[in-house]
Design a protein around this ligand. Sequence first.
Ligand code: AMP
Ligand code: MG
Length: 522
Amino acid sequence: MKNLKINNRFTAELPADPDLTNEVRQVKNTLFSYVNPTKPSNPELIHASEEVAELVGIEREEILSQDFLNTFSGKEILQETKPFAMCYAGHQFGNWAGQLGDGRAINLTEVENNNEFYTLQLKGAGKTPYSRTADGLAVLRSSIREYLCAEAMHYLGVPTTRSLSLILTGDQVLRDILYNGNPAYEKGAVVCRVAPSFIRFGSFEMLTARNELKNLKQFVEFNIKHYFPEISGEPKEQYLQFFKKVADTTREMVLHWQRVGFVHGVMNTDNMSIHGITIDYGPYGWLENYDPDWTPNTTDSQNRRYRFGNQPQVAQWNLFQLANALYPLINEAAPLEKILDSFISDFEEDYKTMFLSKLGLFTSSEADDKIIKGLEEILKLSETDMTIFFRNLSQIKKEDSVEQAFEKIENAFYLPEEIKNQILDAWQKWFSVYLKRLNSEKLSDEERASKMNLINPKYVLRNYMAQLAIDAADKGDYSLIDELFQLLKKPYDEQHDSEKWFAKRPDWARTKVGCSMLSCSS
Ligand code: AMP
Ligand code: MG
């Protein structure tokens, strides 16, 4: 890979762990440990993204080379690089968890291309000092889910890490999918993912929890210098601006999640990026029927802390932990609290604009709150497919009668037999208010529809679609991975050959493991 321009800032500028052994341990006074990936026994490339390759400075022709396979499976290390695992801590499900760190992620290197910096990281590349009691590996199923979803999110316009490659290791990995005492061997895989950095809220929390304040200051300044160079002023003012930027980008990210119906599933502070990008795709899921209480994560099925409707509040809670971590540098609570307080009010304002735009309403009116709240309530009355409902809404014309408008979204109901009596009444009332409101908009039906179709995706990686790709891949057929990868590159386009993916979740997927229920086992 002749054009890869290695430029390691993280390891060059921040304190390294002097201990080069790979034993699981508490790693203090440092931000990372050097560690090499475990060599896979028989790597095989399943898929790679040409766009991401190009982004980081790898030529398309190089993707099929032995060099590419060896590098991104962890078999060989790039010249002039020293792979490393990051040390971080975090709050998991609301509780302080202490040191976590990259237990199975290994950063190969940072590269520079077209004046942008990218970290290339292998997930599932073997043990590190942070592996705790686990094996450092990843299975094919979860790797396919991460690989496809990150790229799908990117093309939806949702800030995210990217996926460069998906590679089978040739090794077997033991997993108890449902944590119910039924472990089985699965195929192992490694994903190479790409981001400006993989720094998390938990990276800062760790330094403060250990009272490593000199490192904290150095680390915050490192972040500002490289990732937020526009920040200036007195040191304290800079740290506050840094916090505000992270809060803003986090808010924008969650707003996108709510727009497209994405549920992260494990919003622990160690899974929150300081770049406001979606990171660590585990037991995530897509809303099929619109249910704000839904979470795909079986580990969270009791409390539903990370349910769809709670994501903005959790983001704020996580930012509160980051604020606590930065506090020793600022020593004043009020300005941090001010940023935290405005998080929810700003979110609500943005949410309103976003939700109205999903409805094709691009101006504001006094009736809007009622329209939004009313719709959120009715959508819950009987299972209604979020993606189909909003996409089909763009077909409604100003001249339509309530009945004509309603017909256009009927296909979104999972249980059409339920749509009668009070539920039908509620829908009709809502549509009559909506149609009136639509008529106060200046845009023509066509103009409105084309704007709406850039906001309401036609295709998302429905949970069952990923599962179908996994089932086929387990049998050695990777064609569906490529089909979905290509489909999801244009999620807002009508793709006539792919209408079958614009469909409600099939009945078999309603309760199938991997479709509606996912554990953290990966
Ligand atoms: P997650 O919730 O998947 O982001 O993981 C939480 C923590 O567990 C992180 O520190 C991961 O690196 C670590 N972890 C998860 N799975 C494994 C594994 N198979 N081997 C080692 N560490 C893991
Ligand atoms: Mg994680």
